[in-house]
Design a protein around this ligand. Sequence first.
Ligand SMILES: [Fe+2]
Ligand SMILES: [Fe+2]
Length: 267
Amino acid sequence: MSGTGPATVEAWVRDWLHASDLRERLDPPAPPRSWETAPIASDFRPTRPDGLEVVERTKRSVRPSLLKSVEGRCRVLHTFCHHELQAAELFGWAILRFADAEAEFRAGLLGLLLDELRHARLYAAELERNGSRFGAFPVRDWFWQRVPQCRTPLSFVAFVGLGLEAGNLEHAARFASAFREAGDESGARVQEQVAVEEEAHVRFAAHWFRRWSGGLEFDEWSAQLPEPITPLLMRGKPLAHAARLRAGFDRDFLEALESWTCPPSGS
Ligand SMILES: [Fe+2]
Ligand SMILES: [Fe+2]
């Protein structure tokens, strides 16, 4: 992104998604204020910046026990940093993909994109504090393999906001305690800050889901998840009841989510 810079948000998103510099991907210049007057929907995918290796599978999934060693802590922080980066990129993707959606919704996506980048930079700073850096470990683009299957804004908010980000309310609470137990107060505070801000992201998704479908029913929500995603992947245990209620779910929904089990195969 050089010279005079992109004139519209859409052009800014496209430039940013193809920025080859890792620092610029995490910390781009501020977006312009103008939007295209007649945007055309496109399925625009990012390239991976220099210095970020993508692999099909990473070693093992992250878990709190890894926080006991500095190396393990860095692996956890690196994974979370890449989650945030992918989330930011996917909000950019949605701005371009759902060009026909309400302007207010698309403007909201831009706000979320900028929040996610800020979260990614918080984790990048924690990595540096621990003597590492973003790019030091290979990454897996799991969100990118799944989320673009969403064909409508309704399905997008169901999967990302009411699924992944809502599930993160549980994971962030669990990891905040784990960072604290490992003696890393700074890491714990980042988890707590991200968790608080993610509540607003889930609330955004709940607002638009209700607006487009007339309510927020569990069955309606789970029907919007792209295959093979099931509600099982979209919750942590125990559920973060208070945070989820503040974010816009009601008790019936949470009860259904908590008690959901995979249907027997063949049914
Ligand atoms: Fe985030
Ligand atoms: Fe978020």
